[in-house]
Design a protein around this ligand. Structure first.
Ligand code: FMN
Length: 124
């Protein structure tokens, strides 16, 4: 598995590292600017690509990656690839769910006794 990110201030880098290593602890995570990135992408079966939203769109560098540099990859996607993508999506969704639950639990544990009581009153 390969994690690829474009990140200006580090948010996307942090998220992609977390997510990719959660799914596959032996994965490789590289910045989009890495000089061998095209070969790394071509040699990898599962790729997680992360980028920050810019002007309600993917950044130009990311759009350029797929449309220009990887144009030799066939545009069709066969059923096996679709099945693998679906499996990856399910794994990612489960991991994100687990992260969200852990996040809420950790926030809750950080509350004072009074805050916990108020929180419990509010969610009932
Ligand atoms: C030029 C630019 C345009 C942006 N446009 C949007 C946008 O349209 N919608 C949005 O929600 N955030 C937008 N953002 C905010 C970034 O997506 C957000 O700060 C992100 O977490 C930055 O990730 P990074 O630290 O990996 O660079 C924009 C940021 C920049 C620098």
């Amino acid at each position: 598995m390969l994690g690829v990110y474009l990140s200006g201030t580090g948010n996307t880098k942090h998220c992609i590292e977390k997510l990719t290593y959660l799914i596959d602890e032996n994965a490789v995570v590289l910045p989009l600017e890495n000089e061998n990135i095209i070969d790394s992408i071509k040699n990898c079966e599962t790729i997680i690509l992360g980028y920050p939203t810019q002007f309600s769109n993917a950044p130009i560098m990311v759009r350029g990656l797929w449309t220009e540099k990887l144009s030799s990859i066939p545009s069709y996607v066969d059923s096996e690839t679709t099945r693998r993508a679906q499996n990856a999506l399910e794994t990612i969704t489960k991991q994100l769910h687990a992260c969200k639950v852990q996040g809420v639990l950790s926030l809750y544990n950080g509350l004072t006794k009074e805050e916990k009581e108020e929180f419990l009153r509010l969610i009932r």
